[in-house]
Design a binder for this molecule. Structure first.
Ligand code: G6P
Length: 477
């Protein structure tokens, strides 16, 4: 049996099934396009690492297999597990609670039980594949109990956890009926990484209030089960993107030509506004549409001159809050277009689809203004992708101060998306921004994204974790 020195544990495997392929056929998979997968690929290859995760489909009984230098260990979920652990507890309890209850979280005991059971399954799979003294890196809110479960089974391991979404203020977090168990689960890790300094602060406060553990700077004293304590590190490691790959794509003549073609197909408006999101209530799509609809109504913009392209990729389509949101968005888009479209121009080009990276970069190049109006977002990588793609140093980023990216991208036009009048004024400011100011801001934004890309992110996290590894191996050696 394979034993790996480095193991990633995530809800999803880093591969997608090629449509209609036989799941047992190793050729039937392709690497997922996500940033995390790209970032970890070189690390995985060098360490001959293993990746424990779900293949994204219910009732698929898969055996471990190797894919492009990584050992993949599928965790199989039944239809009930998908309903209770993934759609239920992960995406109808934790997701809304951690995003400041924009939608109401539902606290169902049956979902919690499934979450515990499935987390244990991921922990068991990781414990089986990890070599003695291995490093294990657990990812995100679906697996908050795994660090502690792993530590109990395998005290020799060095365990990291990265939280990709916000960690809420204590007043909200304390609603969770299982608030102590979740904190204890996370504290099984040696290093607990967050997107923003504020997230790490919220976590430390919850630990002090609920568990009465001492915290000092980024260190938390955690009982070690033998009467002593060990120190866990909880701090911010803001995630980023693979900036070079966006720059390369943006320089390709065929992609630049495609950007012009997109402008053409929209009737060559003077300005194109763009929104790109998973169709999720955290993203502030409704607020964005409201502001744009009012600008048309007020006559401050006209469909002859300005078009909004909204890409809303399908997501979690069986969860009630997402079904409702889709209805509301599509009703609003239909109304606005019905009121303002002409034969030659549309107000909103709405696309409920996902696109390959090449097409996204063409869209970024075609867009004069990028609207990221999330009500709450761990980081928001779309903001960073837009900036990296603007090799021409043009374009304006309008960015919500409630997205983690706002901590780094201060040269964007920062907005409070709840303030519709403020949002409207910011959109107008972006539309009318002179080229010189666009250039100054875009250069500052691009510098930040290039200087801190996703490779820096994983290196910084893994370096922090390595300090714990050296300590543990010295004891067991
Ligand atoms: C967010 C989460 C990820 C998740 C992704 C897509 O970015 O932080 O953990 O994988 O959304 O959501 P899905 O439910 O399709 O995995």
């Amino acid at each position: 049996m394979t034993q790996a020195e480095f193991v990633v544990v995530a809800n999803r495997l880093p591969v997608d099934r090629i449509a209609d392929a036989d799941p047992d056929d190793e050729e039937g998979w392709r690497r997922s396009p996500g940033g995390l997968v790209t970032a970890l690929e070189p690390v995985m290859r060098k360490a001959e690492g293993a990746w424990v995760g779900w293949a994204g489909q219910a009732d698929l009984e898969l055996e471990p297999f190797d894919f492009e230098g990584t050992h993949l260990v599928p965790v199989n979920l039944s239809a009930d597990d998908v309903e209770n652990y993934y759609e239920g507890f992960s995406n109808d309890t934790i997701w809304p609670l951690y995003h400041d209850v924009i939608a109401a979280p539902r606290f169902r005991r049956q979902w919690w039980e499934a979450y515990v059971k499935v987390n244990q399954r991921f922990a068991d799979a990781a414990a089986d594949v990890a070599a003695v003294n291995a490093i294990v890196w657990v990812q995100d809110y679906q697996l908050q109990l795994v660090p502690r479960m792993l530590r109990e089974a395998r005290p020799d391991l060095t365990i990291g956890y990265f939280h990709h979404i916000p960690f809420p203020a204590y007043g909200l977090y304390s609603q969770l009926p299982w608030r102590r168990q979740v904190l204890e689960g996370l504290l099984g890790a040696d290093v607990i990484g967050f997107q923003r300094v504020a997230d790490a602060g919220n976590f430390a406060r919850a630990v002090r209030r609920q568990l009465r553990y001492e915290t000092k700077a980024s260190g938390i004293s955690v009982p070690d089960g033998r009467g002593g304590t060990r120190t866990a590190l909880a701090k911010a490691f803001p995630i980023s993107i693979d900036a070079d790959s966006y720059i390369e794509l943006a320089q390709r003549p065929d992609i630049q030509a495609r950007a012009l073609e997109i402008r053409e197909s929209l009737g060559n408006p003077k300005k194109i506004l763009l929104g790109v999101d998973r169709l999720d209530y955290t993203k502030g799509i409704r607020h964005r549409l409201k502001a744009f609809g009012e600008l048309l109504e007020d006559g401050r913009v006209s469909v002859d001159d300005v078009t909004l392209v909204q890409v809303a990729s399908p997501s979690r389509e069986r969860v009630e809050a997402y079904i409702q949101l889709r209805d509301e968005i599509e009703l609003t888009v239909g109304r606005i277009n019905g009121d303002y479209d002409t034969m030659g121009h549309t107000a909103i080009r709405y696309l409920h689809q996902a696109y390959p990276r090449e097409e996204m970069v063409a869209l970024y190049l075609a867009a004069d203004v990028m609207l990221v109006t999330a009500l709450r977002d761990g980081m928001n990588l779309v903001a960073k992708e837009y900036v990296a793609s603007r090799v021409d140093n043009r374009g304006v980023l309008v960015l919500s101060e409630f997205a983690g990216a706002a901590d780094e991208l201060g040269s964007a036009i920062l907005v409070n998306p709840h303030d519709i009048d403020g949002l409207k004024d910011s959109v107008m400011r972006a539309i009318n921004m002179p080229a010189g100011e666009q250039g100054r801001r875009m250069r500052a934004l691009r510098r930040r994204v290039r200087e801190h890309d996703v490779e820096d992110w994983s290196r910084e996290f893994l370096d922090a974790l390595a300090a714990f590894h050296d300590r543990t191996s010295a004891v067991t050696a």
